[in-house]
Design a protein around this ligand. Structure first.
Ligand code: PHE
Length: 499
């Protein structure tokens, strides 16, 4: 038995074996709720019996309380009337009584009804020579005020009628209340007779208890640490942001440096510099968001633009035949919301070409796609390149395997693929255990000479880029990417603080 249960039993014994929860609380010094909790345990082990009874209880409302303190309006009017000589203008009497205008008709009505006075036109009068004693209504009002509430059935027939009048005057509210009484069972008496020691329990181990060594003699309360506590939802980073952060950390761990660029790029960097022909289907309005205002941006150096133009038209010095069409600088100037971060990669290579290079970006890209469970129009790409003298596709696969393994991807494969700017090209795929199918992680490959010659890079460039949200889906076990942007509070709360 815990301390509160023992205290409850002892108090109950002191009250003769049967008492209300209120009385036990008073006697034991425990809170009402603590007695109730103890009562539940004690009745479960059959030491007490809990009797419940519903009662109609009357209590004063705000107006009733004010009348209980200052007197009923008719009483106050009469007092004023007597003070002013027995006959006076109604308004003057009301002013003397300190009555609000709204209370005057009520006061006059009851003055007349109680035969304390008369109303003649604008005047009121009383021929009483002293204040009458308190009526039953006033006495009951005072009693309820003192006791805060009163059980209706505890009143006799006459007082019940008086209560009814107070209710009609809207001074009293009725409420149903449950009263609980506890009674010691035979078992309970036996336990008490055996003797119950009340030793105060200590609920918190303090430095003082430890220093003085008192912890050895006090009784420490036992806590049930398996009892469910309330759920707590602290503020935390959005799961997608956590994954972005993790992607950056992994790249940094692997010795890469971050690069970033603007969301708006010229088609030149987004497409042309990557040897994507100007009539390539990916450029069509279907996939790319073109800017309406301004429509065109600036092209880089003449030398670079001419080299790209020649490569598209006939292959230039690369040994390639090119795409065999008339390259248009106007088309290359068009501004787009970048469709991939490879635009930043190639822009970087146009300036920095001295190996070794290991750079990455984790950034936002845009595509004019119908938003579905697996497509978003605005999403993030993870992108990187490795540039060095003798690197090969094997190094690329090793790098990606390391990167995604650090992310926790277990089952991963490389499948052949195609991109206009890489040869060979491949894609890394991962098995989604929940969807039970393979999903694409990223595109990858070794940049073609048609891409490298114009930017004058003359060693192999291993490149890859892929959607971050796809990775997030696997990480978070989602079957709908839209969840990442839905701000569904329930889902956000259930997400662990750390992935
Ligand atoms: N840019 C490609 C995409 O958006 C990915 C890619 C990057 C492929 C680099 C090969 C090399 O899908």
């Amino acid at each position: 038995m815990r301390l509160n249960e023992r205290k409850t039993l002892v108090a109950l014994q002191g009250l003769g074996g049967k008492a209300s929860v209120e009385d036990i609380a008073k006697k034991s010094g425990l809170a009402h709720a603590a007695v109730m909790r103890a009562a539940l345990t004690l009745s479960a082990i059959n030491l007490v019996k809990v009797h419940e009874q519903q009662w109609n209880v009357a209590a004063l409302n705000e107006e009733g309380e004010s009348y209980a303190q200052y007197g009923l309006p008719e009483r106050r009017l009469l007092r004023a009337l007597l003070r002013l000589g027995g006959e006076v203008d109604v308004n003057q009497a009301a002013q003397e009584a300190g009555l609000d205008a709204g209370l005057i008709p009520i006061a006059l009505g009851w003055l007349k009804k109680k035969k304390w006075g008369e109303i003649k036109g604008k005047k009121c009068s009383s021929d009483l020579n002293a204040e009458p004693p308190l009526g039953d209504d006033e006495k009951l009002l005072a009693k309820i005020f003192e006791e805060r509430s009163i059980i209706v059935d505890s009143l006799g027939r006459k007082l019940k009628e008086v209560l009814h009048v107070l209710r009609r005057r809207k001074l009293v509210d009725l409420e149903e209340k449950t009263y609980r009484e506890l009674e010691l069972t035979a078992e309970g008496w036996k336990t008490i007779k055996k003797g119950l020691k009340i030793i105060d329990e200590v609920t918190q181990l303090t430095p003082e208890l430890i220093i003085t060594g008192r912890w050895k003699s006090v009784k420490l309360t036992k806590f049930d640490v398996t009892a469910p506590g309330p759920a707590v939802y602290p503020g935390k980073t959005h799961p997608l942001q956590q994954i972005i952060k993790r992607a950056r950390e992994i790249f940094l761990e692997m010795g890469f440096t971050e690069i970033r660029g603007p969301f708006v790029e010229t088609a030149f960097w987004n497409f042309d510099a990557l040897f994507q022909p100007q009539d390539h289907p990916a450029r069509e309005m279907m996939d790319t968001f073109y800017l309406a205002n301004p429509q065109a941006g600036r092209l880089p150096s003449r030398r670079l633009v001419e080299a790209v133009a020649k490569t598209h038209e006939d292959g230039w010095v690369t040994g390639s035949k090119g795409w065999r069409y008339k390259w248009s600088p106007e088309e290359a100037k068009r501004l787009v919301l970048r469709t991939h971060t490879t635009a930043e990669t190639i822009k970087y290579l146009a300036t920095y070409k001295k190996p070794p290079i290991k750079v990455f970006s984790v950034d936002r890209v845009y595509r004019n796609e119908q938003v579905t469970y697996k497509h978003l129009a605005e999403f993030h790409q993870i992108e990187g390149i490795v540039v060095d003298k003798r690197v090969t596709l094997r190094d690329l696969m090793g790098t990606l395997k390391t990167f995604y393994t650090k992310f926790g991807i277990e089952k991963m494969e490389f499948w052949p693929s195609y991109f206009p700017y890489t040869e060979p090209s491949a894609q890394a795929v991962a098995y989604h255990p929940k969807l039970k199918r393979w999903i694409e992680l990223c595109g990858m490959g070794v940049f073609r000479p048609e891409v490298l010659a114009p930017v004058r890079v003359n060693c192999p460039v291993l490149a890859w880029g892929g959607g971050l949200e796809r990775l997030a889906m696997i990480e978070l076990g989602l079957d709908d990417v839209r969840m990442l942007y839905a701000n569904n509070l329930g889902w956000l709360r259930r997400m662990p603080l750390c992935q």
